[in-house]
Design a protein around this ligand. Structure first.
Ligand SMILES: [Zn+2]
Length: 307
């Protein structure tokens, strides 16, 4: 926790907006700022945008020794550079040292799903559970593992990346080059595409769920298939990790069906005669990513090689 460290600054570097927060010693946000990323203007511009946001926040935490930054994608365990980011101009770039030079501060960079898991484990729905698996179900599908309040990233820095478990070789092609990844079945765009392919009109995941509840047979069939994929995919994770709790985040975590028939689907697929694992909704909402980024400052995770 931050009690002995004072205030902390966290940045959530997303594809469309950059959010910043200052947490006090009790992990309560005392300042928040949000600016557009303007990623179409390129890598150097994004570095300047982050610097501008940090300059605004810094007076509220002048003694913060480090900035924590969460972003989609991951950091290469080989050279510490960004990869797999949907803000593609970041890929292959030494973002961490570039930011450290620009900010003249230490920077800790992490995957946004890991930040989500860290925040929910320390200050949200996962609080009090020893082993937390945090799940992002949104535009993409990600995950993060937190054990005894500390992020577990693994020697290859891929721990928790369940979104690219290939569960159906005949499934849709994924941007990662494989077919039938969990992300191609459980992301928001995947659900919307499945509904259109089944003959449904365009609609968001929430609208599809409403239509299913109202008796739309196509929506009902597509949502039932989605729920079964959810059960199979999450049961695979639980079979290996057996976490004390699974916390769901991202836009699709608001689908109530995941906590009822979704849970039942996990129970059907898990290698046990019962499912004791709580599967719960996030507590921190959209703020989890940026709060988790601020918490990175106090997380003694495995260091990456220098870029
Ligand atoms: Zn994939």
């Amino acid at each position: 926790m931050l009690a002995s460290r004072g205030r902390a600054i966290g940045i959530d570097l997303g594809g469309t907006k950059i959010e910043g927060v200052v947490l006090d010693e009790t992990l309560a946000p005392i300042v928040r700022r949000r600016i557009p990323t303007e990623r179409e203007r390129g890598y150097e511009h994004i570095v300047e945008r982050v610097a501008a946001l940090v300059a605004e926040l810094r007076p509220h935490a002048p003694d913060a020794p480090m900035i924590g930054i969460g972003t989609p994608g991951s950091l290469s365990a080989r050279d510490g550079r960004v990869k797999n980011s949907n803000t593609t101009c970041l890929n292959g770039r030494p973002l961490q040292p570039d930011l450290e030079r620009r900010l003249r501060l230490s920077v800790r960079l992490e995957n946004d799903a890991n930040c989500f898991a860290l925040a929910e484990a320390q200050a949200g729905s996962g609080r009090g559970y020893p082993l937390v698996f945090g799940v992002i179900l949104g535009t993409g599908v990600g995950g993060g593992i937190v054990h005894e309040g500390r992020m577990w990233t693994g020697p290859q820095h891929i721990a928790g990346e369940w979104g690219h478990h290939a569960v159906d070789p005949a499934g849709p092609t994924c941007y990662c080059g494989r077919c039938g990844c969990v992300e191609t079945l459980l992301s928001g765009p995947a659900l919307e595409q499945a509904y259109r392919a089944a003959g449904g009109v365009t609609g968001s995941a929430a609208e599809i769920a409403v239509r299913a509840a109202a008796g739309d047979a196509t929506a009902g069939t597509v949502l039932a298939r989605y729920v079964d994929h959810f059960g199979r995919a999450l049961a695979n994770v639980i079979n290996i990790l057996d976490p004390d709790v699974v916390v769901l985040g991202g836009g699709l975590s608001n689908l109530d069906v995941l906590y009822t028939s979704g849970r039942a689907a996990v129970a059907r697929h898990v290698f046990n005669d019962e499912l004791r694992t709580p599967i719960v909704r996030h507590a921190l909402g959209d703020s989890a990513g940026v709060i988790g980024a601020a918490l990175l400052v106090a997380d003694p995770a495995r260091p990456l090689p220098p870029c």
